[in-house]
Ligand binder design. Structure first.
Ligand code: URA
Length: 221
């Protein structure tokens, strides 16, 4: 299992120190996230780096606040996303929008992306070559946005980003070390929640942990 943080206050202090260093230019060069995202988008261009380009309608880059503190990362576009060019716009996406609203935010406050930018035919699992080819672009997006927390949605995103085959049931419920300035919180995929609504409580627990990490106040009902 990857490194986990069990003391949220220590973790928050660590992230804050790293962020101050970064913002002061000591740790890494500070870049303009809007311009950097544009560069990444242009570098992808009409991507034909893998066979998914032959069957996709739209490449789904990602959407949201370029300076988001929280980024959600799913697996790959599904049918609706492929037709609209936006991440998480189908039924699972509508549930994700509700989860974000329950946190007192909108989709414009966070950034939403996927491990793969193109839909695998019949929503089959992404294959290792596709991940190897596509994931450097996601890594660059994460570096540009510099979120404090990345929330990995579902088994595939969590296992890929943490480079592990531990089950999502064991990975979730904790903040994992991800980069110097950011932690990764895995949770169940909203499509899984649609099939297993009994797991909503666990997802809400994970969202509350994220809110604590980010000092987000619980919205009044
Ligand atoms: N499922 C995902 O993992 N990503 C999407 O964008 C839509 C559904």
């Amino acid at each position: 299992m990857s490194d986990v943080y069990d003391d949220l206050n220590q973790l928050k202090a660590h992230l804050e120190r790293q962020r101050e260093l970064k913002n002061s230019g000591v740790l890494l060069e500070k870049t303009d996230p809007v311009k950097t995202l544009e560069t990444i988008f242009n570098d992808l261009g009409d991507c034909k780096r893998c066979n998914l380009s032959k069957t996709r309608n739209y490449l789904v880059f990602g959407k949201g606040n370029p300076e988001a503190e929280l980024m959600f990362v799913g697996e790959a576009p599904g049918r609706d996303e492929d037709l609209q060019g936006e991440p998480f716009v189908g039924r699972a996406g509508q549930l994700l929008t509700k989860i974000i609203a329950a946190m007192g935010k909108t989709r414009d406050d966070v950034y939403i992306a996927n491990i793969l930018k193109c839909r695998p035919p019949e929503n089959r699992n992404p294959n290792p070559d596709e991940i190897k080819t596509c994931s450097p672009f996601l890594k660059r997006q994460i570096a540009a946005i510099n979120p404090k927390v990345v929330c990995a949605l579902g088994t595939f995103a969590a296992q890929t980003m943490l480079n592990t085959d531990t089950t999502i049931g064991r990975l979730r419920g904790r903040a994992h070390h991800f980069t110097e300035t950011c932690v990764l919180v895995p949770t169940y995929h909203p499509a899984y929640l649609l099939r297993s609504p009994g797991k909503k409580k666990e997802v809400w627990d994970d969202m509350q942990m994220i809110m604590k990490l980010l000092d987000w106040k619980m919205p009044s009902r």
